[in-house]
Design a protein around this ligand. Structure first.
Ligand code: 9UX
Length: 69
């Protein structure tokens, strides 16, 4: 089943940060698409059988903070 999960991402200050977060999210199993917005401090992740905890952990490993919104 396809899921869409919205996260609030804090700690991003530039487009390189956006790319780092996007890449980290895309490596989580099941993720098909990750759209990260610096201005909105958000990530919209779509995929199958997504585990929000894994998405958050991937962002935190990259050095940013994430929370379900
Ligand atoms: Mo540039 Mo974004 O060092 O952390 S990647 S501000």
């Amino acid at each position: 089943m396809a899921d869409t999960i919205e996260l609030t991402i804090t700690g991003m200050t530039c487009d390189h940060c956006v790319n780092a977060v996007t890449g980290a999210l895309k490596q989580v199993p099941g993720v098909k698409e990750a759209v990260v917005s610096l201005a909105e401090k958000s990530a919209r992740v779509t995929g199958d059988n997504l585990d929000p905890a894994k998405l958050i952990a991937a962002v935190e490993e990259e050095g940013y903070d994430a929370a379900a919104r």
